[in-house]
Design a protein around this ligand. Structure first.
Ligand SMILES: C[S@@+](CC[C@H](N)C(=O)[O-])C[C@H]1O[C@@H](n2cnc3c(N)ncnc32)[C@H](O)[C@@H]1O
Length: 493
């Protein structure tokens, strides 16, 4: 199920396992979810969390919403949190409808309901992912990038015929189906095509949305397509390292992204009016994603291109997370060996950072090319100095520090997250003092982790990133001088 490509091919291969075939009948489930206020509960839970793009809330949601009756509580535990629930706890009609539509199943003992799909909601649109993604061979992925992508698709209100390439859960396809005439969704994983059909059913858009298992590499963009939307895998993963197909972007991370850009460029004739809306990742230097140059070369003169880059993080942190995810899938390699291969794979002195961005491209255009950087530049190796004055109280700094986590790259939460925020919240005054004395976020992270538990490299990097957020907060508050979001020229790190 996972990817291994022949040496030096640069191509990402994928072997299919289970071709599913399911017909859905979901009116009972849909009516039930609306009656329970499902969308609202998930949305409010997310709004209360610092990790505001997370599709999957943590179990505290069950305590946050006081008015939940037991039936709703069990359904959230089962369908959203992916927990088993005793058979007797679910209403029989509801459970049978969920079971007959393949959303839940009886466990081996026959005593409990166990989730087959997990269900979430974003801006009122339901989306599913396989229960167990990342821990088993489940390949239908829905992560924070999927929600950011769905947000971009909703904002673009695509009309006419839409093609979604690499549809995954289908949540963005369902978003496009709100305004489009038709949405054709494809994914190399047949289970993803299945997820997209189920997502279409749950959102009542089956007449507009169709999904099938097709490999982008065997696919040509039809001349009748008005808008292409895509969020393809973009992580740099060397050949010989196995990695989930939803993340594996090939040796430089852009094999599939580049392939789609070339196909899109090839599909354009002088007469064609076509848009491309994408979420993409790219390595780059300290200032910008390397992919910008490719975009400029392919589309520079004939399209209007807008790229909004909303996340930048040191490449070493991205690699650390990739290695962590890959360890279970590559039992013959240690975490350090995987890390070494990842670093070797992107071994160009210019590739110091990893970027996530949204692209909006229109043909025909006047050749405008705009890159907007909204990401905070978080540097874990910078030495700061005390600034001339302290503008804010400790309480205000703490408040700003916590707000800063709403815009931190999503990778932070996958490596660690809330635990690191708590660690720092308690030590913010010490951290502030250490930064003023010239220690780097990485040095402070190493000390903080060492005093708390065994210093795993990935945990040190996560804490270091959190310290970098604290440092930026203090720079913005006028307490520290250093490399801030808009001080690129002054930064000597
Ligand atoms: C990062 S996930 C995004 C899924 C979904 N679009 C979203 O935003 O949540 C990338 C998706 O691309 C699919 N994919 C990977 N290689 C592909 C290929 N060669 N052709 C079509 N889809 C592919 C994966 O199976 C996965 O579902």
């Amino acid at each position: 199920m996972y990817t291994t490509a022949p040496a030096n091919s640069g191509v990402i291969s994928y072997t299919e396992r289970t071709p599913p075939d399911m017909t859905y009948d979901l009116p009972t489930v849909n009516r039930l979810l609306h009656r329970l206020g499902w969308h609202d509960i998930i949305e409010r839970g997310r709004a209360n969390s610092l990790y505001s793009w997370n599709p999957w809330l943590d179990p505290t949601i069950l305590h946050q919403v006081h008015c939940l009756d037991d039936q709703v509580r069990y359904l959230i535990a089962l369908l959203h949190l992916g927990q088993d629930v005793p058979l007797a706890h679910l209403d029989t009609v509801v459970a049978e409808s969920l079971e007959s539509n393949g959303l839940i199943a009886r466990d081996v003992t026959g005593d409990r309901w166990t989730p087959v799909w997990r269900l979430t909601s974003f801006r009122g649109i339901a989306g599913v992912a396989r229960s167990g993604y990342g821990h088993s061979s489940a390949n239908v992925y829905l992560g924070s990038d999927g929600l950011r992508f769905t947000d971009a698709v909703l904002a673009a209100c695509p009309r006419g015929r839409v093609l979604d390439v690499g549809c995954g859960s289908g949540i963005a396809s369902a978003a496009a189906a709100q305004t489009a005439q038709t949405v054709t969704a494809i994914d190399v994983v047949s289970d993803a095509a299945e997820a997209t059909k189920l997502t279409g059913e749950l959102n009542g858009v089956t007449e507009t949305l169709s999904a099938s298992a097709v490999d982008l590499e065997q696919f040509l963009i039809d001349s009748s397509v008005d808008t292409v939307i895509a969020n393809l895998p973009g992580l740099p993963v060397p050949e010989h390292i196995s990695y989930p197909v939803a993340g594996n972007g090939g040796p430089d991370g852009r094999v599939l992204i580049r392939s789609l850009w070339r196909k899109f460029a090839a599909s354009l004739s002088k007469m064609s009016k076509r848009e491309l809306i994408m979420r993409f990742e790219s390595v780059g230097d300290e200032f910008a994603p390397a992919a910008l140059q490719e975009l400029q070369e392919l589309f520079g003169t004939r399209c209007d291109v807008l790229v909004v880059t909303d996340a930048q993080l040191p490449l070493t942190i991205r690699h650390s997370m990739t290695a962590k995810n890959a360890t279970a899938l590559n039992p013959e390699l240690t975490n350090d060996e995987i890390l070494q291969q990842l670093h070797r794979g992107t071994d160009d002195a210019k590739n110091t950072h990893f970027y996530c961005a949204t692209l909006k491209l229109r043909h025909p255009g006047e050749g405008t090319f705009q890159h907007i950087m909204t990401a905070r530049r978080l540097n874990i190796d910078h030495r700061y100095q005390p600034a001339a004055f302290t503008a804010h109280s400790s309480e205000r700094v703490l408040q700003d520090f916590l707000i800063g986590f709403r815009s931190i790259p999503d990778e932070f939460y996958s490596l660690g997250g809330l635990e690191e925020i708590d660690l720092l919240r308690d030590r913010l005054d010490d951290v502030r003092q250490a930064l003023r004395e010239g220690q780097t976020p990485r040095e402070i992270g190493t000390e903080l982790v060492a005093t708390n538990r065994a210093a795993h490299e990935s945990r040190v990097l996560t804490v270091a990133l959190a310290v970098a957020v604290a440092a930026q907060t203090l720079v913005d508050a006028g307490d520290l001088a250093g490399c801030g979001s808009y001080q690129i020229g002054e930064c000597s790190c």
